[in-house]
Design a protein around this ligand. Structure first.
Ligand code: C2E
Ligand code: MG
Ligand code: MG
Ligand code: MG
Length: 282
């Protein structure tokens, strides 16, 4: 009986693995065609100055409009895109599209109030040998000023690439591109180590910001990160600001910028353009 049960379990497991593999394969196939079929889209989430409430930039965030499954969030497809190696292609698509959009907004609005467009770079993309050339080509073809571009890189992308990472970051910085550390606090790195890299903005991960309401000793963590970042000459952007208590706390600590549902969810380009020049009352 035990043996029969064991076998049934084994088959069940196999069946499940088979179904999962099939679903993945299907999704991978769909992904391959998603670029040509124009199924990828960028959403833009406002980044706001906590000094005066002004919109100063957007973070470009990928969305996949799947013909049958609807809008798929990047947390559900980025890992798959990473594993299949397609992240490089998809990543450059996103970078190109974000630069193109930003350039056209700047021309149309003749305003310097929209300072930066932030784009995420994946670990794999970051370790491409032709990264610098590709980015240079995208800036050239879209006509976007390098100073308007901020690239978000995770701690692990930097730590995994070691000394080479520093050389690449320096080249990007020399081109005039600004660099930020994304999701800070979730990876293995130290601020003192990051200090040696040409990074100007530290984005504190949402998980720390969400602790703020819990009013306890947890607040010391975020306070320490902000204070240390400032001592090292970096600006801080808080991710995932959802409440006015969090906002007040962050402003007290002189955190420069905020991003989160308190201000706005990520928006499609029509809704985003309507916010250019906007100022939140904070
Ligand atoms: P991320 O770079 O840390 O982006 C911030 C994520 O937090 C976004 O999720 C955003 O919608 C979400 N968020 C912002 N404010 C709030 C808030 O107040 N509350 C909550 N609960 N969530 C908030 P999204 O758009 O699902 O993106 C998830 C991740 O996927 C991004 O995290 C980024 O790591 C990755 N990703 C997105 N677009 C790209 C891309 O073009 N290239 C690469 N390599 N990765 C991307
Ligand atoms: Mg990001
Ligand atoms: Mg982030
Ligand atoms: Mg995050």
């Amino acid at each position: 009986r035990a043996k029969a049960l064991g076998k049934a379990r084994y088959e069940l497991f196999n069946q499940e693995m088979y179904t999962n593999a099939l679903a993945r394969l299907q999704l991978e196939n769909d992904l391959r065609r998603a670029i040509e079929r124009h199924e990828f889209q960028l959403y833009y989430q406002p980044i706001v100055s906590l000094t005066n409430g002004r919109l100063i930039g957007f973070e470009a965030l990928l969305r996949w409009q799947h013909p049958e499954r609807g809008l798929i969030s990047p947390t559900d497809f980025i890992p798959l895109v990473e594993e299949s190696g397609m992240i490089v292609e998809v990543g450059y698509w996103a970078l190109h599209e974000a630069c193109r959009q930003m350039q056209s907004w700047q021309v149309r609005h003749r305003t310097n109030s929209l300072e930066k467009i932030s784009v995420n770079l994946s670990v794999k993309q970051f370790s491409q040998p032709d990264l610098i050339e590709q980015i240079g080509e995208i800036l050239h073809s879209t006509g976007l000023d390098a100073g308007s571009l901020m690239l978000e890189i995770t701690e692990s992308a930097i730590m995994e690439n070691g000394d080479e990472a520093n050389a690449e970051l320096l080249k990007l910085r020399k081109m005039g591109i600004e660099l930020s550390i994304d999701d800070f606090g979730t990876g293995y790195s130290s601020l003192s180590r990051l200090h040696s890299f040409p990074i100007s903005v530290l984005k504190i991960d949402r998980s720390f910001v969400s602790l703020i309401d819990a009013n306890g000793k947890n607040l010391e963590i975020i306070e320490t990160i902000i204070t240390l970042a400032h001592k090292l000459g970096m600006d801080v952007t808080a991710e995932g600001v959802e409440t006015k208590e969090q906002l007040a706390f962050l402003r007290n600590l002189n955190c420069e910028c905020g991003q989160g549902y308190f201000f706005s969810r990520p928006l499609d380009n029509t809704a985003a353009v309507a916010l250019i020049g906007y100022c939140w009352r904070i």
